[in-house]
Design a protein around this ligand. Sequence first.
Ligand SMILES: *Cc1c(COP(=O)(O)O)cnc(C)c1O
Length: 464
Amino acid sequence: MNKITNHMPTAELQALDAAHHMHPFTENAALAKKGARIMKSAKGVWLTDTEGHKIIDGMAGLWCVNIGYGRTEMGDVAKRQMDELAYYNTFFQTSHIPAIALAAKIAELAPEGMNHVFFAGSGSEANDTNIRMVRRYWDIKGQSEKRIIIARTNGYHGSTMGGGSLGGMAGIHAHGGKIAGIVHIGEPNWWEQGGDLTPEDFGLLRARELEAKILELGVENVAAFIGEPVQGAGGVIIPPSTYWPEIQRIVDKYGILLIADEVITGFGRTGNWFGSQTFGIKPHIMTIAKGLSSGYQPIGGSIVCDEVAEVLGSHGDFNHGYTYSGHPVAAAVALENLRILQEEHVIEHVQNVANPYLWKLWKGLEEHPLVGEAKLVGLMGSIALTPDKAKRAKFAAETGTVGYRCRERCFANNLIMRHVGDRMIISPPLVITPDEIDILISRATASLNECYAGLKADGMLVSA
Ligand SMILES: *Cc1c(COP(=O)(O)O)cnc(C)c1O
């Protein structure tokens, strides 16, 4: 078995994978028949599989490889840190240099007044922390009844019990249930749900559901509202311009805490350090993970505003933490990632080069007969597939059927572009160049053409 990493043929690797490896969010029996595509190495925006195909990664892994693959500085830092101090905890009045340095660096980059970091191993864990943190905060303030967290349908906040419950995905709730004290309001998804309203009016309508829900539950029972500045896993749903200002007004009016889940939108994805800056949001807590280390090490956390941190830190222990909170190797690697993002002006590249260049071509996809709207903020984008643009119609086939077919064409054309229902989504490494964007768009166009031809041949260009 020690030869697994070397020269085993793809078919044998696939057989072992099928026999022993349970994949997340996957029907393993179906995958076992088909065989997983096995990645072997990567550099920049390019993946290489075990068959030697060069695949352009339009998803930065799972929205995380912001600096691109293959940066050897990251491994150098990891090795140095492992040799120096491979592990120590931060529970019992101890600390270590990487956790200190990373917390201070994050505080420097975070919006004004957000100067404290509680570390976790992932985005899901960080959101579980947030649930306990906001409830504990209100306990200390003498308002123990304030326990409910309002979240949104089709939001994604991870897949632990807490994270999965905050998320508004019925498929996740169906597998294992949902913890108490979390309620959901509608999502600002104008394309699917806006009807005859303008996007701006629909944005207000959805935001005002928060106010209605607070009044229905009683503000004395509501701890916090959580939302992603842009829903990622929900399909890259960029909210109408009216949405976040109205949410902010309501949160301020009723004095509940605001949690911005920045796991995807943090660290440059939207063209600023944080999505909250792009959308003018003033959160009390921001969830971070993914781009924090560009996926080179598993690490997440909560960036906490001064007031919440002070309340939490001055009334006895907060009985919560993870063995790997602030893990020294992960923290050192994250710090190196932030250095690269900052010193190589990666976020300026997104703002001044990659976003404007991609936007011209991405918007151009709206000319394709299969594409309704094309949306992009920074380097996260989506296109809605539709049989009838004028009506923003759904396909007669079950939702996701067409999206899956399109994704399969992309995969065959060595482009990673995911589908969420019948929306295609991209989130490439932030270092993608204009030449690489050209390749991404030409493969996406070829895949859309093939998908369209296939739907036509199978008589599937039919509205629901
Ligand atoms: C991915 C994601 C999470 C969960 O992060 P994990 O590291 O997978 O646990 C939480 N929130 C958002 C917005 C995400 O995209």
